[in-house]
Write a protein that binds this ligand. Structure first.
Ligand code: IMP
Ligand code: MG
Length: 174
């Protein structure tokens, strides 16, 4: 099926929002350092741009998860495909996500990370689709709340395509 992408949030709007988030995070973590945990692959573009705009000391780690049974949305039970390189105990951990949809993946992931005894654990997402929420997840930093549409770009994919778009777009099927 052919599809095309229509712009929802321009590159300038996204850049401006990431600067705002960076300013807020720098203020909130003043006098501390922050350990960014990126959920691959979608969160990676956002995390790199955000990290550049945080003025307190930053360290980074990455993890990759997939769902048991192949459908993250239905089960929410995630399998770690690539675990973090470093322990989290004593660190001010900020999980970086591309989008919170049903909230299933993240609620599971956050519980798992909490068991590793970080000093603090917060969540930052570029996009949030609140209408789709099934499991309650506390989001500490949100870039944009968006309507229930399938979006791509800035790390988000449709069938592994469009992650490299520098804006957020909506996939329209022709
Ligand atoms: P959740 O567990 O339903 O919150 O699933 C979140 C994951 O689903 C995200 O990390 C994305 O990988 C994927 N996802 C949800 N909505 C979209 C979308 O609109 N575009 C691309 N991926 C999405
Ligand atoms: Mg994701």
């Amino acid at each position: 099926m052919a599809e095309h992408v229509e712009i929802m949030l321009t590159e300038e709007e996204v850049d401006r929002k990431i600067q705002e988030l960076g300013d807020r995070i720098s203020k909130d973590y003043a006098g501390k350092s922050v350990h960014l945990v990126c959920v691959l692959k979608g969160g990676s573009f956002f995390m790199c741009e955000l990290a550049k705009r945080i003025t307190v000391p930053v360290s980074l780690d990455f993890m990759s998860v997939s769902s048991y049974g192949g459908d993250t949305r239905s089960s929410g039970v995630v399998k770690i495909v690539k675990d973090l390189d470093e322990p989290l105990n004593g660190k001010n951990v900020l999980v970086i996500e591309d989008i919170v949809d049903s909230g299933r993946t993240l609620s599971y992931l956050l519980e798992m990370l909490k068991d590793r005894k970080p000093e603090s654990l917060k969540l930052c997402t570029l996009l949030d689709k609140p209408d789709r929420r099934v499991v309650d997840v506390k989001v500490d930093y949100t870039g944009f709340e968006i309507p229930d549409e399938f979006v791509v770009g800035y790390g988000l994919d449709y069938d592994q395509k469009y992650r490299n778009l520098p804006y957020i777009g909506v996939v329209k099927f022709d």
